[in-house]
Design a binder for this molecule. Structure first.
Ligand code: ADP
Ligand code: ADP
Length: 232
């Protein structure tokens, strides 16, 4: 079964004359262990779709399932719990706590959830992300690319079923962006992680296995397999 499935998803903001139809019937499935990019012009509904898939926002109609759990049938409390247990997030702004070291930032979500870190898994994540010699550094002692890799490690350490990444390279220069994307790719290859990434950067999207294009709240086309930059 797919890791995430959206069926007939619509999202309307506001009512009456002010209503904005941000999603107009989206059907899409994200396979386990795949790295998918969602692209589209500004205002096409990318962030709205990601928020609906991740259970950060409710749909107006249609259904979203995360594995075997139908999100659209859950109340707020269970949704929050499910998100904590099954979903990881990486955002454009790295959202690290400035007073904590890299290691403390990475372990914080587990601590907040009252879970004990699995030390072997933590070590594995740190090696994949290449932060072994940066664990005691605070965010202001790290480059942008390193900070985003800390944010990726923080998302991965709880072993989420899916990582949602919203413009993860939006604040990075192209070299640091390539580093972060390389790391996301390795987490798919070496850990079987499922990743759904929103981006408007064709170079970022070219690292994905599949690219889905949104326009005016609908999926209008997609590319699978290696995607040369020249196609995007
Ligand atoms: P994208 O991420 O592709 O730029 P969004 O999902 O942010 O697109 O927005 C899709 C449409 O929904 C746009 O017309 C946007 O103005 C509108 N929209 C997004 N969020 C809200 C909101 N909270 N209230 C009203 N309209 C919104
Ligand atoms: P919780 O009640 O478990 O904290 P939240 O809805 O506050 O659940 O958010 C879940 C995760 O997603 C948190 O890591 C939060 O920081 C992040 N998050 C939620 N909404 C946004 C948003 N609009 N932009 C950035 N991060 C967000």
């Amino acid at each position: 079964p797919a890791a995430v499935v959206a069926s007939g998803v619509t999202k309307v903001y506001g009512t009456g004359d002010a209503a904005v139809h941000a999603l107009r019937g989206v059907d899409v499935a994200f396979a386990r262990g795949a790295f998918t990019a969602i692209m589209g012009p500004s205002g096409s509904g990318k962030s709205t779709l990601m928020h609906c898939l991740a259970g950060l926002d409710t749909v107006t109609s249609g259904r979203v399932a995360l594995g075997d759990v139908e999100l659209t049938s859950l109340g707020d409390k269970r949704l929050t719990l499910l998100r904590r247990e099954r979903v990881g997030f990486v955002f454009q702004a790295f959202n690290l706590l400035p007073t904590l070291t890299a290691e403390q930032n990475i372990l914080l979500p587990l601590e907040l959830a009252g879970r004990r870190p699995d030390r072997a898994w933590f070590d594995h994540v740190i090696d994949v992300v290449g932060l072994r010699d940066r664990l005691t550094h605070r965010p202001n002692e790290l480059s942008g690319g390193q900070q985003q890799r800390v944010a990726c490690a923080r998302a991965l350490v709880a072993r989420p079923e899916v990582i949602f990444a919203d413009e993860p390279t939006g604040n990075l220069d192209s070299r640091s962006g390539a580093e972060v994307l390389g790391f996301l790719r390795s987490s798919v290859r070496e850990m079987g992680q499922t990743i759904v990434m929103v981006t408007h950067d064709p170079v970022a999207a070219s690292h994905a296995d599949r690219v889905v294009f949104l326009r005016d709240g609908l999926i209008v086309s997609e590319l699978t397999g290696p995607t040369p930059d020249t196609v995007l």
